[in-house]
Structure formats: structure tokens, C-alpha cells
Ligand binder design. Structure first.
Ligand code: T4K
Length: 409
């Protein structure tokens, strides 16, 4: 995907797009294709495609060892893994979650007729702000789900202290946090359990996949039953389960991807540092920091744009980048509380979420991973710098497009 020559007029002002093909946030990282095909051939030889096959068992053991917990229970995706974990923990009534997360965190509760109660974020970390939790606790509250947004772990100590005081259960949505640590302890080992995602867009991927990590033997047994219809041996169902199993081909990809983890982190880190170096000093734009004392996967390059200082606001910059085929994303705009069914069910939720409201309009994710070279990062940063310099012309184009859209039938 070679960039065209630079410097150049930006596409929105009449230039050609900087990239010939779309550059995505979430382009999958590939492991060693030969190793993958060897695993798939083995799978065909064994004729074992799913239902707790040897590749799934190997994947579970490897991720549990990596995190330092007793159990990794692999599932078909993180959303089902969240649902199964929530059910296995016997959460019910109301559960406190951040509004600033991917919609799956909230839906995993709602799907089981549990009300997600939205707490505000800490603008410094983008994570659930512990100080906003206690006012949301009611007699119906049974738990708290923290989310390690962008792989930066939550304030687990504060969350668990509040939970202990009010006898609430705590689990974490660690979909972004495989390979990350908090005070030297790996994400995946906090709370009653934690859920990883191995979706294709995650830095370690199994095509689709997830896992619940726990040190609790009883909980792990219960979740293994639940992901397999509740079967305990042939013809003996002892629980109302579902089908949450990971397939062998997904585990083959997960193992292959896991083997490449150090290389992928190195590429992510290289890109992240290149973005930070090139974008530092731009007015009103900052790239979030990862704590260098911890282990990080650097899978997300996240910029915050302060509209009071930057020449363009976040949405204007996204429009500029999309015109260049750089498909920057606005995760998790507009916040779960502004998506259905929560927007209708909890119409006043935003009143208690001022930081989420503000930050959801400021955050922008930029492409990274193996599909993005340092040279491409340089072109993208050049586009942002050029856009800031041409902000008045860009604003004029965007407002004329908006007014012609408003008058068209
Ligand atoms: N909790 C949190 C905090 C999460 O962020 C997520 C998922 C979950 C729970 C649930 O995990 P899973 O049930 O998915 O395991 C994407 C991912 O689909 C989603 O997994 C992820 N978070 C979320 C942050 O991002 P979308 O709807 O933005 O994906 P989409 O289809 O726009 O993909 C992003 C880009 O990646 C595409 O524009 C093209 C590129 N891409 C994607 C795929 C799948 C490829 O190039 N190849 C591919 O195979 O949600």
C-alpha cells in the first residue's frame, strides 16, 4: 500500500488520496503462515474440528501460563465469554460499567436482563473513574465490571476496595489488555475473572475468539460446562448452558499469533513511538501514553484533540483523514449510554457522565500494527500537520458540504 509522493495537496482540497487503498484501524496481524498451515493440516489429519480439541487445550494452557493464572477458558468470542462469566458469577439486577467502552460490555449484561448502570470515565486514563461508582450503588447492584481501555489497566485497587465495602463482585473486560501489566501483575489475573478478546482486530488474534481467565477452580468448571450446553459427560446435562466453544481452526490461529507476540508488540511500539515523536508539539493534539514501567501491547494509537486549542476538531480531522484513505476511528463515540437500547431506557444517563461526553468527542484512533510502516506513519502525521495548517480552507469545504447536504432532498 505505497503512499503517493509527499508533500502534496491534501485530498479534501483537491489532491489525490495519500493512500491508494484504505488504511484501517484493526488490520489483522499475521503470524507465521507455514506454522499456521501445519497446524491446520494436523487438524484435518485428526478430523477434530471443535469441542475442546487439542489445539484449544494447548491455547488455553499457553495463555494461562503467560498471564500467571490457573485457568484460561477459551470461547468463541469475548462477547459470549463476558456473558458466560457474568452468568457464572451470578450477577443480576444492576451492574456498574463504564459508559466509555465498546458496546459489547453493556450488551453482555442487557442480553441477560441485567441493567448496565453507566459510570463516568477518568479523563486521564479513559478508564472507569472509581470516584463515580459509589453514588450509583443501589440495593439491586450486584457487581462492577471494569474495562482496561486501550490495554491500560483500571485502578483495580480502588474498584475492589469499593466492591469489598458494598459486597459486590468484580470482574474485568480485558478485551484490549492481553500482554499488559498493572504494578507488574499481568492483566487477566485481577478480580474474580477477566475476559480477553482474540478477535481479528486484536493484536493477538484467533480470527474470532475470547477467553475467561481465573484462579477460581469452581468458577472455571462452571464456565466450561456453560460453554458446552451444560454437558457433564455423554448425555448428562446438569446446567442450562449455551454454545460458547472455540473451534480448532481458531485455536490454531491463536497459537500462531501468540508465538508472534513479541514481534507484534515491537512493531506496535515502533509505530506508537513514531506517531508520538511526529505529532508532539501540535496544538491541542496529544497521543496517550503507556506506562513504560509496565508491560504494554501498544495495539492502539490514541490521540486526543482538544477543540478549544486545536485548529480542527476531532470530527473535522477524521473527515480529512478519511478523504486520504486513512480510516481513523472514533471509538467509543458516542458512548454506550447514547446507543440503543440504553439511549431510550436511560434518557438522563448523560447528566452523570460529563467526562465521557467530553472525551468521546475528542478521541481518535490511528492505524497501526504490521500493516503500517514507519514511512506510512510519517505520511499520516504529515497529513495531520498539513490539515492543521490549512484548517480554514478545510472548515470552509466541510461547511459547504454540510449545507448542500442539508438542502438536498
Ligand atoms: N469489550 C471491548 C472493550 C471490546 O473492545 C470488544 C471488541 C469486546 C468487548 C468484544 O470482543 P469480541 O466479541 O469482538 O471478541 C471492532 C471489533 O470487531 C471488536 O472486536 C473490537 N472490540 C472493536 C473495538 O473493534 P468494529 O465494528 O469497529 O470492527 P470493524 O469491522 O469496523 O473492523 C475494524 C477494521 O478492521 C475494518 O474497517 C477493517 C479491518 N479488518 C477487520 C477484520 C475483522 C480487516 O482488515 N480484516 C478483518 O478480518 O469492531
Amino acid at each position: 500500500m505505497p503512499p503517493t509522493t509527499n508533500p502534496r495537496p491534501i485530498a479534501m482540497l483537491g489532491g489525490t488520496p495519500a493512500f491508494l487503498e484504505p488504511l484501517h484501524v484493526g488490520r489483522p496481524n499475521l503470524g507465521d503462515r507455514t506454522a499456521m498451515l501445519r497446524r491446520v493440516n494436523g487438524m484435518f489429519d485428526r478430523c477434530r474440528f471443535t469441542n475442546n480439541g487439542p489445539l484449544v487445550l494447548e491455547f488455553e494452557q499457553k495463555i494461562a501460563k503467560h498471564v500467571g493464572v490457573k485457568h484460561g477458558v477459551a470461547m468463541c468470542n469475548a462477547t459470549i465469554a463476558l456473558e458466560i462469566a457474568i452468568r457464572a458469577l451470578e450477577l443480576r439486577g444492576e451492574v456498574i460499567v463504564p459508559a466509555y467502552t465498546f458496546i459489547a460490555t453493556a450488551h453482555a449484561l442487557q442480553w441477560q436482563e441485567i441493567t448496565p448502570v453507566f459510570a463516568d470515565m477518568d479523563p486521564a486514563t479513559h478508564n472507569l473513574a472509581p470516584a463515580t461508582i459509589e453514588r450509583l450503588i443501589t440495593p439491586r447492584t450486584t457487581g462492577i465490571i471494569g474495562v482496561h481501555v486501550w490495554g491500560r489497566p483500571c485502578d483495580t485497587e480502588a474498584i475492589e476496595a469499593i466492591a469489598g465495602k458494598h459486597r459486590l463482585k468484580v470482574m474485568y473486560d480485558a478485551a484490549h489488555a492481553f500482554g499488559c501489566s498493572h504494578h507488574g501483575q499481568m492483566a487477566g489475573s485481577f478480580g474474580a475473572c477477566e475476559v480477553f478478546s482474540f478477535h481479528a482486530t486484536k493484536f493477538v488474534n484467533s480470527f474470532e475468539g475470547g477467553a475467561v481467565m481465573t484462579n477460581d477452580d469452581v468458577l472455571a468448571d462452571k464456565m466450561r460446562l456453560m460453554r458446552n450446553f451444560g454437558f457433564k459427560g455423554f448425555d448428562n446435562v446438569i446446567y442450562p448452558g449455551t454454545n460458547g466453544k472455540m473451534t480448532e481452526v481458531c485455536a490454531a490461529m491463536g497459537l500462531t499469533s501468540f508465538e508472534a507476540v513479541d514481534d507484534i508488540v515491537a512493531v506496535n511500539r515502533r509505530n506508537y513511538e513514531a506517531y508520538r515523536a511526529s505529532l508532539s508539539g501540535l496544538p491541542g493534539l496529544s497521543v496517550i501514553q503507556y506506562d513504560a514501567k509496565e508491560r504494554n501491547n501498544y495495539q492502539y494509537v490514541v490521540a486526543e484533540i482538544n477543540p478549544q486549542i486545536a485548529p480542527l476538531n476531532r470530527d473535522e480531522l477524521v473527515a480529512v483523514l478519511h478523504a486520504e484513505n486513512v480510516l481513523a476511528r472514533k471509538y467509543f463515540w458516542p458512548g454506550c449510554h447514547r446507543m440503543e437500547p440504553y439511549r431510550s431506557l436511560q434518557p438522563n444517563a448523560a447528566l452523570l457522565l460529563p467526562e465521557t461526553e467530553k472525551m468521546a468527542a475528542r478521541i481518535l484512533l490511528l492505524p497501526t500494527g504490521q500493516a503500517v510502516s514507519v514511512e506510512m506513519v510519517g505520511v499520516i502525521c504529515g497529513l495531520i500537520q498539513g490539515a492543521f495548517q490549512s484548517s480554514e480552507a478545510i472548515r470552509a469545504i466541510l461547511s459547504s458540504t454540510a449545507s448542500s447536504a442539508a438542502v438536498s432532498p
